[in-house]
Ligand binder design. Sequence first.
Ligand code: PGD
Length: 747
Amino acid sequence: MKPSTSHWGAFSAEVDPDGRLRVEPHPADPAPSPLLGNLAAALDHPSRVARPAVRRGWLDHGPSPDDRRGRDEFVELPWDDVLDRLATELDRVRTRHGNQAIFGGSYGWASAGRFHHAQSQLHRFLNTIGGFTASRNTYSNGTSSVLLPHIVGDTHAVLRQASTWPTIAEHTELLVAFGGIPEKNVYVTPGGVTVHGTPGHLARLRARVALISPLRDDLPSTIDAKWYPIRPATDTALMLALAHTLVVEGLHDKEFLDRYCVGYAEFERYLLDKDPNWAAGITGIPAADIVALAREMAAKRTLITVTWSLQRTEHGEQPVWAGIALAAMLGQIGLPGGGFGHGYGSMGDVGDTGPELPIPHLPQGTNPIDEFIPVARIADLLLHPGETYDYNGETRHYPDTRLVYWAGGNPFHHHQDLNRLRHAFTRPDTVVVHEPHWTATARHADIVLPATTALEREDLGSGRRDTHLIAMHRIAEPAGEARDDYAIFAALASRLGVAEAFTEGRTARQWLEHLYNGWRGEPSFEEFWANGELKLPPGRNHHTLFADFRADPNAHPLKTPSGRIEITSTTIAGFGYPDCPGHPVWLPPTETGPLWLIANQPHTRLHSQLDAGETSQAGKVAGREPVRLNPADAAARGITTGDIVRVFNTRGACLAGAVLDDALRPGVVQLATGAWFDPIDDHPTGPLCAHGNPNVLTADIPSSRLSQGCAGQHAAVDVERFDGPAPRVRALHPPVRETAFRRTAQR
Ligand code: PGD
């Protein structure tokens, strides 16, 4: 067995003599992730890209905008031929249009491994050839990462140095969890996680938990909680009514608000008519429950947590900002077990006790081009070159993009309104994708280069707050003709005359040694590699967010303009954005519909990764992604568990497999992200995704003009039983002749 790691946990693995991948979780892991069951598909699934492939239209007619992308056939060609063509095209674009015409934002999680991190490889390569238009922020918390600097100054502290679980377990008496603490997400940390501590911490919670979510299972069933089945997208109204109750009953901490905050008076004036009856009508939570919860919050050591999913919505700034304002009114920010937290249950490292250490990484060099887009504006970039948009107080414009280069991400999974994205992808001259699998993004490219998976190469693996650095050994030979992203870029760099600048003369193994030695001298690289891992020094068990600030706000001011928590921000007010004014406000969603879709993270895979894997496939219903409905909504539509249903709105439609579940409040349906997009253009009911990708339904609108974050978590939809002949799901089969891969162990 050889050691390796993934975003969802460390493991050792080997290929059996009969060709089967055997995987064992790391012995120190008390709660291994079920997603390890997907790994075998990373080796030999027919969806692997076996050989370099070029789209027929691009090959025959050359680079140009083309609406056949995603509908055309592919021609497999030898590596050298494709690399020659691609090098020529990169040179044409940078010479004729300038490097800003290359979009290399290439968002995506790719796989664990510090050196072969696909996005870093791409950025280093593009920087070496003169730069590219980049992307900023993330789909995870792109709204908060723009908002928080204005409100509490330090995004890093909130997102990465949250109060730890042991501190919460010991001190918190009441945990008010907006969005809950969904256990499925805590198995995942970017880069890897060796010891999954959070499930154990959750089991040890002593606090009473108020679960505020439309989904009852947004909290482990072992936790005894009161469920407040709130209407989606209305948490801000509930927070404002809780704040209102604190004010009218004199339960707010005036001293804390005076000493540690600015702009409270203006917010209090706004609160005057936001009483519990007003909020009950919006949220569906009875006014008496709101009053009782506010009183309990004031009486107990209370931690307010808001998941990242709540900011992945239209007006996503508001629940984060209102949650901070509410916590400030309770006056417990900086006290153990009290205050505010953001992202518990959104990611494995939030509240974790592992060390926060710099981990070796591939230097990306410097991008000479200063153009960027907020990451979720990709379709606007391609559709509206030259047009202006607002972002965090700036007026920016979209550069004219001729070439899109993607490695390690799947925009046809992660972006919203996929039919609009398809249209946007007709615009560039050339689209290049490195992928291990024939994902929808690969199918919408002109040039598809087969990339190895982490099991097929050597690397260093460790995540934020990981307890170990893992020597990721090669477990199997590359599938087909797949090459490492590094090898692909090195070959292109050589054709473009910058080989030395890109590789610095090192092989991949020499890079690993170089990165390791630059990070740590002891033990030697050879020893570390032979051991298979290095245990990192322990982190801190107890930590309270903003404890220093609370102890002495003058010695430890926040990095906001005032040095205090900005309940009203004059900076944001000064931007004059109606969709994000100067303090937290209630802004209703612009869409309404018979049902409200929650498009959340799946529990059977990470995003769209390894949808072909066993764990992911075992979760499908009628061969499609499961959509959960409340039994009352299902009965009204004549739907029963196991039916194929059509989920639709004005933007698009998808098929899914129905599951009836009273863990959803009535009026809510839930369809996780990540089923590989399988578009059918000419279906009699209109275009649809046969497989159940919810991003055909979500709106490609920003959370607001402030952050331009993605709003993919929600959509107004309806659902009907699908009685006709159901189209076959083709997404897991390659668009070229199928290759029978044979797993072989690495010798
Ligand atoms: P992944 O499925 O992880 O999704 O979006 P992201 O694009 O990161 O895609 C990673 C891709 O990289 C996979 O296709 C994988 O095969 C490929 N890959 C893996 N290893 C390698 C490698 O070594 N080299 C190369 N070249 N490729 C590799 C995730 C994004 O989706 C995120 S982070 C969030 S939080 C968003 N969440 C939502 C949401 O809540 N709701 C909706 N509706 N939409 C969302 N989209 C966002």
